[in-house]
Design a protein around this ligand. Structure first.
Ligand code: ADP
Ligand code: MG
Length: 333
C-alpha cells in the first residue's frame, strides 16, 4: 500500500453535509469552519466572525509518551484527546485537526483500529481531520488542533488574582497509578487496573467545561505534567503564589485505597491527568458549580491564590508538606 492509498483508505472521509466547496471553489460551508479538508496543498479554515483561532500541537513518541503495548485505537484517542485538552484549557471550541504520522510499516492491523479510535473521538467532539503528513519512520504521532474562541475571551495562564479560589475538574492521579503498575512497582486487582489504565490511555478532554468557564475563570491550564508543575506555570504567568490542600485533591476510589504517600505522589505530581485546573473569584463559586453540573463534570476547590510568590502545600489539618514535588520535564537531568 502506497502513501496516497493509505491516506485515502484510512484518513480521508467524505466531508460533513455542511462542509462543502462549491463547483467554482466558492465557500458553501454555511458558517462552518472547515471550508476545505484533505486533498489539496492546504486545508482552508474560516473561523466565525469575531472569533480568534486557537492552535495547539502535541506529539506522541513511542517509548516516551506511550508504551508499545498500547492498543492502536487508544493511542489515536489519546493523541487527539491531549490536543483537545489544550483547546479546552483555553475555553476554545474545537473545529479541526491535522495528523502527521510516521510509522514503520503501512500495517492494516495497526491502521484500521488507529483510524477507528481517532474518528470515534473526532466525531464525538465534532472535529474534522483536515490534513496531515504521512511518512515511514519510527512510530510518532503529531496532531495539531484548531479551535475558535470569542476575541479576547480565551482562558489564559496569566489571569489568576490574589484571593481567587483554585479548582480542578474530575479526579487526579489514576494515570500515574497505572504507570506504577506497568513499571512493576505495584500490583492492583484486575478491575482496578482496568479502571486506572483507562484513565491513562483514554483521557476525556474537558472541552464542554472549558467553554462553560469562559467569563467565570480568571486563569486555566490543563494538567499534563502533574498538578504541582502545571500550577507552577499558572503562578509564574500570573505572578502570584498559592496555598493548596493536598488532601482536598479529588481522587478515585481505587487511588483512595492506596498508601497515603503514594496517593499524594499521584495527585500532586502524577502527570497525564488531562483535567482542567482553573482559578476564579470566590464570588463565582455558585456559578461555577452550576456550570460544572450542567456539563456533567465534577469540580473541586482545593486552595487559593496568594499575592506573595511561592507554593505552600498543606494537609487537611493545615500542616505544611514537603514542597519538592515537580512536574515532568523531558529534559530535566
Ligand atoms: P503535500 O505533498 O502537498 O504536502 P501530501 O502528499 O503530503 O501533500 O498529502 C496529500 C494530502 O493528504 C494533503 O491534503 C494532506 O494534508 C493529506 N494528508 C497526508 N497525510 C495525512 C494524514 N496522515 N492524515 C490526514 N491527511 C493527510
Ligand atoms: Mg506532505
Amino acid at each position: 500500500m502506497g502513501e496516497f492509498e493509505l491516506i485515502a483508505r484510512y484518513f480521508k472521509r467524505p466531508p460533513g453535509p455542511r462542509s462543502q466547496v462549491g463547483p467554482n471553489g466558492q465557500d458553501t460551508s454555511d458558517g462552518r469552519a472547515v471550508a476545505l479538508g484533505i486533498g489539496d496543498d492546504c486545508a482552508l479554515l474560516a473561523p466565525a466572525e469575531g472569533m480568534q483561532l486557537a492552535v495547539t500541537t502535541d506529539m506522541l513518541v513511542e517509548g516516551r509518551h506511550f508504551l508499545s503495548t498500547v492498543a492502536p485505537a487508544r493511542l489515536a484517542h489519546k493523541a487527539l484527546a491531549v490536543n483537545l485538552s489544550d483547546l479546552a484549557a483555553c475555553g476554545a471550541e474545537p473545529l479541526a485537526f491535522t495528523l502527521a504520522l510516521a510509522l514503520p510499516r503501512p500495517d492494516e492491523s495497526f491502521l484500521a483500529p488507529f483510524a477507528a479510535g481517532l474518528f470515534a473521538l473526532a466525531e464525538a467532539q465534532g472535529v474534522e481531520l483536515i490534513g496531515g503528513d504521512t511518512t515511514a519512520g519510527p512510530l510518532n504521532i503529531c496532531i495539531t488542533a484548531f479551535g475558535q474562541v470569542p476575541r479576547g475571551q480565551a482562558l489564559l495562564r496569566s489571569g489568576a488574582c490574589a484571593g481567587d479560589d483554585l479548582w480542578v475538574s474530575g479526579t487526579l492521579g489514576d494515570a500515574r497509578l497505572a504507570l506504577e503498575v506497568f513499571r512493576g512497582e505495584l500490583a492492583l486487582a484486575a478491575a482496578d487496573f482496568e479502571q486506572v489504565r483507562e484513565a491513562m490511555e483514554r483521557p476525556q478532554p474537558r472541552v464542554t467545561l472549558g467553554r462553560a468557564l469562559r467569563g467565570l475563570a480568571t486563569a486555566a491550564i490543563d494538567l499534563s505534567d502533574g498538578l504541582v508543575g502545571d500550577l507552577g506555570h499558572v503562578l509564574a504567568a500570573s505572578n502570584v503564589g498559592a496555598v493548596i490542600d493536598a488532601d482536598a485533591l479529588p481522587r478515585s476510589t481505587v487511588l483512595a485505597r492506596q498508601a497515603p504517600a503514594l496517593q499524594r505522589q499521584c495527585v500532586l505530581a502524577g502527570g497525564d491527568d488531562y483535567e482542567l485546573l482553573f482559578t476564579a473569584p470566590a464570588a463565582q463559586r455558585t456559578a461555577i458549580e452550576a456550570a460544572a453540573r450542567l456539563v456533567g463534570v465534577p469540580v473541586t476547590r482545593f486552595g487559593h491564590i496568594d499575592a506573595a510568590a511561592g507554593l505552600h502545600i498543606v494537609d487537611a489539618a493545615g500542616r505544611a508538606l514537603e514542597a519538592s514535588w515537580r512536574g515532568f520535564d523531558h529534559f530535566a537531568t
